[in-house]
Structures are given as structure tokens and as C-alpha cells.
Design a protein around this ligand. Structure first.
Ligand SMILES: *Cc1c(COP(=O)(O)O)cnc(C)c1O
Length: 389
């Protein structure tokens, strides 16, 4: 071809870098358009076949790499990324539920998951029922002929009850109902969802996998080809794209996932044990300690605990007082989410997010970051002292 005009050269350039570049990093492929060699290649492409590429939404080498690595962490066979943990939850619901179906959600589920269930009932004709997370095998009695999906979460968001996941999964399997587990708390490394009977493991990568408090992303991991194919259709139909730079940030932090998780875990246990000694605290809701409902299931089924736990204050303390305690903390910042290096603290009004809640004291959730636990204890101590003053 003749020499092109500068304008065209700005768009079509002949330079190709040499082959053979090696680095530990996964290349960040930014792409909406994906190119085909010829029309036949384009026509014969099946977007569901991950041996090649079709369109940015359906995957790039960057997203396929993260999916493969997340599937391997949980010993699954398939993984799909979503733009947030909540988007991953929605994708599962849209994949597996139709009008007239019945959905079971634990009463202690991540509250936007509950909210989505309420919306599906109101506007999509799907009956949504909330069950006692500690129901175990008893869930058998709740399963109807039209029940098509059971959510589980271990432990439950905020109130931290650890359900008997194998018992729930056994009862569901007898009736052929898939169980989707929100496995975010364990990061997929402290609880083996599939070995304990779940059909789907959902992760908010926003938490430990990202580890930086700077990325929103979710993942759905499966072992069952049929279930995967249904979720993949929803992924395509709903346009669940994720940004390449965000995927890179998660890939970059994966090598330190286990050591970060173990550090959060050790610090959280130390701080939780210390809080148990304080008269202001009525209960420490940390799965590794006996105050926490389902502690025995945690001991049986989990290999670690991470940095998230809650406490219930002695009921003598009013909300105003415990709010002041939170405001007094200096290292602990006030904010949602968790899994990053910074410690966080959030007071919850439990009546608003539970159908049944019997505790009378104020509940405060702590995310233990990666600061020195001694400094964190000193911070909590000065906050508690201010509370009594
Ligand atoms: C944070 C979280 C989610 C949602 O993740 P986002 O990326 O914030 O949408 C879902 N489940 C649990 C248990 C979570 O903690």
C-alpha cells in the first residue's frame, strides 16, 4: 500500500513490537471491539466458547485469566465476573428464577440481597421467603415444588450466625434445588463451598480479593456445567461487563490473598478476645468464639476467619452512647465494605435488616485491617473509656 496520510496513520499503524516479552503481569486488554481474521471466523464464533474471543463483554485474555484463577482457588470449574458483588447476586437470581418460582433467602443475608428478593416478589411474581439461618436440615419443610433457588451465607452479614451449610445443602439436593452461597466472608479460602454441598459460590471481590478498598467486582463460581450455562446466558443478556483496569488490580493482589487473610484473622481474633474481657461488651459475635451462634459449625467446616466480626454492647448503653464510642475512634474509620488494609467500624440498627432480632444491646461491626492490633486495641480502649466517662 502507498504511504498513507498522517490522519490515517494515526489510526492504522504498521508497527508491531517484537515477540518474546516476559513479565509476571497479566496484560491489561482494553477492548469493546474484538477483531476477527475474516468473515468466516466471525460467523463461526460462538460467544460461549472460551477458547477464543467475540466481544469485550464476553471476555478478554485479562478477564478470562482472573476467572480461571478464581475458579481454581475454590476448586470450581467455571467462573464469571460481574461489576459488583451485588451484580453477581442479581445475575444468579435472573439466571435461575422465573415468574411463579419461589426463592428462599436467609434472614441474616447481606441486606441488598434481601432487598433484591423483595423487589423480585413485588415486580416479577417470584415468591420470596426469608428463613431462619440456623434452620439446618429443617429447611426441607420450607422447600416447595416451585422453589428454584436457596441462598445461604456463612456467616451472615452483620449478625455473624454460622449456618449448618452441609445440612441445608443436603436437604436442597434431595429436592433438586440449587444452593447459592454468598462465600465472601471466607474469600473462598477459609470455606470450601463445593465440598460442603453448595452448587454456586458467589464472591464480592470488592472485599479480600481486591484488598485495596478501591475496586467493585463480583464473581460466580460453579462446578456444574448446566448451572454455569444458565448463569452465562444471564451474564450475556444483562451485559455484565467489568473494566480491564479493575480486573488487573484484583489480579495484582491475588498473590497476597492468603497472607493478608491470615493477618486479618490473627488480629481480629486477638481484638475480639480482648473485647470479650470488657464489661461494656455483652457478646462478641465472632465465629471462632462460643458467643457466636453456629460456632460449632465454624469449627467443623472452616479453616480460618478473616477480619470481620460484630459485638453487642451491654444493653445499659444507649444508641447515643455507642454512636459516641464510634465517633471517638481514630484508627477505625466509619464506612461500609471491608477486606482492605484500613480498619472500619459501623453501627447497625438490626430491626431494619432482620425479620427476627432479639438482642437488646447495640450492635457494632468491626473490620480489622492490617494495622498493628496493639494500636487498634488502644484505640478501642480509649473509645470505651470515653463511653463510661
Ligand atoms: C460487600 C458484600 C456484597 C456485595 O458486594 P459489592 O461489590 O459491594 O456489591 C455481597 N455480599 C456480602 C456478604 C458482602 O459483604
Amino acid at each position: 500500500m502507498e504511504k498513507k496520510s498522517t490522519q490515517t496513520e494515526l489510526i492504522h499503524h504498521d508497527y508491531v513490537p517484537p515477540d518474546g516479552f516476559g513479565a509476571f503481569t497479566v496484560p491489561i486488554h482494553h477492548a469493546s471491539t474484538v477483531l476477527f481474521k475474516n468473515v468466516a471466523a466471525m460467523r463461526s464464533r460462538n460467544w460461549q466458547d472460551k477458547s477464543a474471543y467475540t466481544y469485550g463483554l464476553h471476555g478478554t485474555p485479562t478477564t478470562f485469566t482472573l476467572e480461571a484463577r478464581l475458579a481454581s482457588i475454590e476448586h470450581g470449574t467455571h467462573c464469571l465476573l460481574a461489576p459488583s458483588g451485588l451484580a453477581a447476586i442479581a445475575m444468579i437470581n435472573f439466571a435461575l428464577l422465573n415468574t411463579g418460582d419461589d426463592l428462599l433467602i436467609p434472614d441474616n443475608a447481606y441486606s441488598p440481597n434481601r432487598e433484591l428478593g423483595v423487589w423480585m416478589e413485588k415486580d416479577y411474581g417470584i415468591s420470596t421467603r426469608f428463613y431462619d439461618p440456623m434452620i439446618g436440615e429443617g429447611i426441607r419443610d420450607l422447600i416447595q415444588d416451585n422453589t428454584r433457588l436457596i441462598w445461604a451465607e456463612a456467616p451472615g452479614s452483620v449478625s455473624m450466625e454460622v449456618p449448618d451449610i452441609p445440612a441445608i445443602c443436603r436437604a436442597a439436593r434431595e429436592r433438586g434445588v440449587p444452593v447459592a452461597l454468598d462465600n465472601t466472608w471466607s474469600a473462598g479460602i477459609a470455606f470450601d463451598a463445593f465440598e460442603h454441598g453448595a452448587d454456586i459460590s458467589m464472591q464480592a471481590l470488592t472485599k479480600y480479593q481486591s484488598g485495596g478498598s478501591d475496586v467493585l467486582m463480583g464473581a460466580v463460581i460453579t462446578r456444574d456445567e448446566q448451572v454455569h450455562r444458565r448463569i452465562e446466558l444471564a451474564h450475556m443478556r444483562l451485559g455484565m461487563g467489568v473494566g480491564a483496569d479493575d480486573v488487573y488490580l484484583v489480579l495484582r493482589n491475588l498473590p497476597s490473598l492468603r497472607v493478608r487473610f491470615a493477618a486479618h484473622d490473627a488480629a481480629a481474633r486477638e481484638i475480639a478476645a480482648w473485647m470479650k474481657t470488657r464489661p461494656e461488651i455483652a457478646k462478641v459475635l465472632h465465629p471462632a468464639y462460643p458467643d457466636c451462634p453456629g460456632h460449632e459449625f465454624w469449627k467443623r467446616d472452616f479453616t480460618g476467619a478473616g477480619g470481620l466480626f460484630s459485638v453487642i454492647f451491654n444493653e445499659a448503653y444507649s444508641e447515643e452512647q455507642t454512636d459516641r464510642f464510634v465517633d471517638c475512634l481514630q484508627l477505625f474509620k466509619i464506612g461500609f465494605s471491608w477486606g482492605g488494609a484500613h480498619s472500619l467500624c459501623v453501627p447497625y440498627r438490626m430491626q431494619g435488616i432482620r425479620t427476627a432480632w432479639k438482642e437488646k444491646g447495640q450492635l457494632i461491626r468491626f473490620n480489622i485491617g492490617l494495622e498493628d492490633p496493639k494500636d487498634l486495641i488502644a484505640d478501642i480502649e480509649q473509645g470505651l473509656n470515653a463511653l463510661s466517662a
